[in-house]
Design a protein around this ligand. Structure first.
Ligand SMILES: *Cc1c(COP(=O)(O)O)cnc(C)c1O
Length: 419
């Protein structure tokens, strides 16, 4: 099994036309410093070893690859789940936070900042900072703080300072802007841990490199279990870090289909969704050119999803490129379909998934709309106008790998409230 760092491909600034650094020029030296530090760190066996040891002994890697028998029966295919829900702190986000916190330490930065929406990335960063003895400030919109009280308290227990952001809608987008403002002022002693494969270069490549441990492990595990590669690799896409970390290990395997599942929210046609890859035009968000949800003036529009982790109006630039090149396919699943799949997986496998990967499970079970293939639209009440989903379920079985990016404890209240 390869380490998380050693086999990483080039530190790309662009993915086709996408990516880049659309930031104030005062940030360029900090991005250059980070890029240089990462290029050096990932070529350094000592760093790779230290990170691999923490991922193993502290975080619990490798996570299991589990053959989900009853889910397979329901799907009519053999399905393996990559169990990131079993990683310490409950989701794949720690792979990135731990790697970046270790990098910050190596760069001599004593202070770490992060943004958070629902609080999951804030908790992962606070966890990594407690472990490594780093000062941690997490920017969070005051509206999100109100909605996500338990995570605010968790971050406090872990020693992080949660800095409320009062601007605009007081949610994730404003928190990112505030974190960037802090970084512009304090870059000399501060590292900014971005939570997904988004942002200005080198972040999309850095986060992908740190998350590819998911795909590298899963590829070796499925080869060991089945003696062959899967037909399809499926993951949910918010900013896109768990998906790109899974996909990248299979990118050169031309026969493996890569499927990213976005949030269709209340339905693509309703406009209340979070599916920029399925619907969005090219635009700039948080320092990077990618597929983003915007109005005709280029202003970012609000995203909607029942799952906080997918509730983001942009996507990572590498996904936009994989879509355009045809190497990966992007589909979208509604809130209702995701919640139904959440309940189904609980009953079928005794696994309570996070709402984010429940979108991927829903697609596996036949839900969703595929914009590229021109399939029927998802109606506002969440049922598909063209039911059956037959085109993505070729008969005769098949072998699927699905990344279960996190556990659902955080989502219980939400799901129970929906009845
Ligand atoms: C945050 C989160 C996501 C979405 O983020 P990506 O960067 O797209 O992976 C998905 N699943 C879980 C469990 C999350 O916490």
């Amino acid at each position: 099994m390869t380490g998380p760092v050693a086999s990483a491909p080039g530190l790309d600034r662009r993915f086709g036309a996408y990516g880049g650094r659309y930031v104030p020029e005062t940030l360029i030296p900090a991005l250059d410093e980070l890029e240089g530090a990462w290029a050096e760190a990932r070529g350094d066996g000592g760093f790779a070893q230290e990170l691999a040891a923490l991922l193993r002994d502290y975080a619990g890697r490798p996570t299991p690859l589990y053959r989900a028998r009853r889910l397979s029966e329901a799907a009519g295919r053999t399905v393996y789940l990559k169990r990131e829900d079993l990683l310490h702190s409950g989701a794949h986000k720690l792979n990135n936070a731990l790697g970046q916190a270790l990098l910050a330490k190596r760069m001599g930065k004593e202070r770490v900042i992060a943004e958070t929406g629902a609080g999951q990335h804030g908790v992962a960063t606070a966890t990594a900072c407690a472990l490594l003895g780093l000062e941690c400030v997490v920017y969070m919109g005051s509206e999100d703080m109100r909605r996500q009280r338990p995570n605010v308290e968790r971050m406090g227990l872990l020693g992080a300072e949660v800095a409320p952001v009062e601007a605009g809608a007081r949610t994730l987008k404003e928190a990112v802007s505030e974190a960037i403002r802090d970084w512009v002022t304090n870059a000399a002693g501060t590292h900014y841990v971005i939570g997904s494969a988004v942002g200005p270069a080198p972040y999309p490549a850095l986060v992908r490199d740190l998350q590819r441990v998911i795909g590298d492990e899963a590829r070796a595990q499925i080869l060991a279990a089945e003696g062959r590669l899967p037909d399809r690799v499926i993951a949910c896409v918010g900013g896109g870090s768990n998906a790109i970390g899974t996909f990248v290990a299979f990118a050169a395997d031309a026969d493996v289909e890569l499927v990213g599942v976005e949030a269709a929210g209340e339905g693509i046609d309703s406009g209340r969704h979070s599916a920029p890859l399925s619907t969005g035009a090219r635009g700039v968000l948080h320092g990077s050119l990618s597929a983003v949800m915007q109005d005709s003036d280029g202003q970012i529009v609000e995203a909607h999803s029942v799952s906080a982790g997918l509730d983001y109006p942009g996507s990572g630039p590498e996904h936009a490129h994989l879509r355009d090149s045809g190497r990966a396919r992007y589909v979208a699943v509604t809130d209702d379909e995701a919640v139904a799949a959440f309940r189904r997986l609980c009953r079928l496998e005794g696994i309570v998934p996070a709402l984010e990967p429940s979108h991927a499970v829903a697609w596996l079970l036949g839900a969703g709309v595929d914009a590229a293939a021109g399939r029927g639209p998802v109606t506002a009440n969440g049922s598909e106008a063209d039911p059956g989903g037959g085109d993505h379920h070729p008969s005769g079985g098949g072998l699927d790998l699905l990344t279960l990016s996190g556990r659902g404890d955080k989502d219980l209240a939400e799901v129970l409230e929906l009845g």
